[in-house]
Write a protein that binds this ligand. Structure first.
Ligand SMILES: Nc1ncnc2c1ncn2[C@@H]1O[C@H](COP(=O)(O)OP(=O)(O)O)[C@@H](O)[C@H]1O
Ligand SMILES: [Mg+2]
Length: 252
């Protein structure tokens, strides 16, 4: 039996009879066109090198989209140059941050230090690193996250905001406790509950949480109740960043 017997003789586009082989050629041309030239995708024996190259190109595209999306979601300051490789290894916190990033059991990282020392810069460098590994990343300032949950707080309904933060693999909560009046004591029940719900599901599921704050432990304990403090404290790595206020220095 020939291929022509199987396919039969079919009229071509101009009404001429087209042989089976010609039809196969037509089909393969069409598939090639429709698949953007990747005929190997329908071959029995795909070219493994080619497939591998395409998968890694797709991964690279996905992770760079993750990083671009993160930068676009951050209206406060441009951290597009932040990267782990560009951090100065002479600063002692850099080795600790790298070790946490490379530790598969790394869960919560608390970056503490005064305003302007580079906490958020380091946090973005870490998120870039994870995005480049193909992980999903997201960043919220504590205040913006809580504001977004309020009625009319933003373009997305509260459930979607919570869901988006919960789904992501690696989350930054920036400036924890900033703008809070320590004299007024503990944060409201709304704040306690939402932060607890935000932090708790991250334990033990391969997800990471990065927190930056310019408050010390005693101040955090004054603002947040036991549920939150004990949640943050589990599997925590605390890295203190010291140095001059980089913003002030840049302004001189
Ligand atoms: N390692 C760094 N290399 C280059 N610029 C940095 C570095 N760390 C911080 N900066 C810049 O200094 C400024 C303050 O850093 P930032 O991370 O926002 O401080 P913090 O979050 O501690 O208040 C930002 O403009 C940031 O881009
Ligand atoms: Mg900051």
């Amino acid at each position: 039996m020939t291929i022509g017997d199987v396919l039969g003789e079919q009229p071509g586009a101009e009404g001429r009879t087209t042989s089976g082989l010609a039809r196969i050629r037509e089909m393969s041309d069409r598939i090639t066109r429709e698949r953007g030239g990747h005929l190997h995708a329908v071959d029995d024996e795909p070219d493994r090198e080619q497939v591998r190259a395409e998968v890694s190109a797709l991964q690279a595209r996905t992770s760079s989209q993750g990083w671009e999306k993160l930068l676009a979601s951050w209206p406060y300051e441009d951290y597009s140059t932040a990267s782990l490789d560009a951090l100065d290894p002479r600063h002692q916190h850099v080795a600790r941050i790298r070790a946490w990033a490379e530790d598969p059991n790394g869960r919560t990282l608390l970056l503490s230090g005064a305003t302007g020392v580079g906490k958020t810069h380091v946090a973005f460098a870490l998120l870039r690193h994870f995005a480049e590994q193909g992980r999903t990343v997201k960043a919220w300032k504590e205040k913006s996250y809580l504001d977004a949950l309020l009625p009319d707080g933003g373009p997305e309904p509260a459930w979607k905001v919570r869901d988006g933060a919960a789904r992501v693999q690696d989350l930054l909560v920036d400036d924890l406790g900033a703008n809070r009046d320590l004299e007024r004591g503990a944060a409201t029940e709304f704040v306690q509950r939402e932060l607890c719900d935000l932090f708790s599901p991250r334990l033990g599921r391969g997800k990471r949480l990065i927190i930056t704050t310019n408050l010390g432990p005693a101040e955090l304990e004054r603002l947040y109740d036991e549920r939150i403090i004990s949640r943050i404290s589990q599997q925590i790595t605390v890295v203190q960043i010291t140095g001059p206020d980089r913003r002030t220095r840049a302004g001189w």
